[in-house]
Design a protein around this ligand. Sequence first.
Ligand code: FAD
Length: 456
Amino acid sequence: MGNPSAGRLRERVRGQVITPGSEDYDRARTVRNAMIDKRPAAVVRCAGADDVRAVVDFARDNGLELAVRGGGHSVPGFGTCDGGVVADLSPMRAVRVDPRTRTARAEGGATWDDFNTATHAHGLATTGGIVSTTGVGGLTLGGGIGYLSRALGLSCDNLVSADVVTADGNLVVASGKEHEDLFWALRGGGGNFGAVTAFVFRLAPLTDVYGGLMLYEMDHAATVLRAYRDAIAAAPERLCVFPAFHIAPPLPFIPEDRHGDRFVALVACWTGPPEEGERVLRPFRDAAPVAAEHVGPMPYPVMNSLFDAILPPGLQHYWKAAFAAELTDEALVAHVAHAPGLPAVNTAVHIYPIDGACHRVAPDATAFAYRDASFAAVIAGMWPDAAANDANIAWVRGYYEAIAPHSQEGGYVNFMAGDDQGRVRANYRGNHDRLVEVKRAWDPGNLFHLNQNIRP
Ligand code: FAD
């Protein structure tokens, strides 16, 4: 992009326009996944919805590729591009809570940390993810699986409305009453339909939770997974528990001589009365002898940031994902065979429950189609050293190939890699054709294509 073009863009926006040669260019082009090394012609740090409209118009009118960035956590690096323009919404992160209507309005670049901080002050919350650094934007648009999804549904199930800059540069409100087709597609369809400048969420009362991590020896992995499978089916919805495979980081609750060892963990979050926490967790805790644990009452925002420290910016990322209707014995064998090979302390395999309130939404009521899945597994490869990329990617792929025969055809779009575009139809199955129709109506030129792309 030449200087005159950058100049025209600068005239239209209030936020910073950062181009190659700008002092801040390298920081501005960086996304969470260090494997992504793209060089956009301009990164616009949007100051408000008008800036987002200007960037969308500019990209469309000049035939430039457009990337929309919220929290920047996309594993395939969808929040940046080579040679095009990035609408970076990260300066737009205000969250306004209305305790009277129990709703919160979050700007399109807010993170879950921004969101939780604002809502916790009012004793309210909604479903976010497992870490607090992730963007509200990308996470909600893909669905949103987290500690509260059994109790409250996916993040997108709690969405009341969205302000959307569409491909023609207009700003529209999508809700159950306005532009219902767009609202339907935004809830699970990813960033395919426009740039969301604000999200309004329904909130539920929540301050403290009872939860944390219980670690078990890897030798007990099959026993723990089997006990988990039985216990979660009977567990109250206000209890979220998921099995996880991790390498023990140097945390004070883990004996020093076990740091670096591989464990199977159960991660729990109970949002009912804290004094009942110990009792409701017991069927899970008793799965096998506990090797180390950190469980107790804590504010929800603390729970939501327990994993943050092992996931700093600058790691290499490669992930694979699969939904499963059930955790079959065969699937357990595959997990137990592959988990002991965990290659890095930042890498995790999590198997999230998708049930409770998530199942009370019909598969065609939102774009998120897998309401009959009971589990969403993610093989989240993350490691610091680029020289180890080939080995780590091979491990993630090998693990995924082992569980794939025991999984459903599609996976969760937010947990998928850049080489998963071939699975888009399977990820949306019965909803795919309707998503294509909505895409044709709102973005026929596929301006918003840096995502798990629904082609018009
Ligand atoms: P970005 O890279 O900014 O955006 C991702 C995609 O969403 C892009 O296509 C982008 O164009 C689009 N997008 C973002 N914001 C907007 C917006 N305002 N308007 C329109 N399009 C937008 N997912 C879960 O469900 N639960 C979890 O617990 C969870 N944990 C995670 C932990 C880590 C460490 C990471 C890296 C990811 C995790 N995810 C989780 C996956 C996460 O939901 C996706 O990576 C998601 O896309 C991130 O959103 P973002 O806004 O941070 O990313």
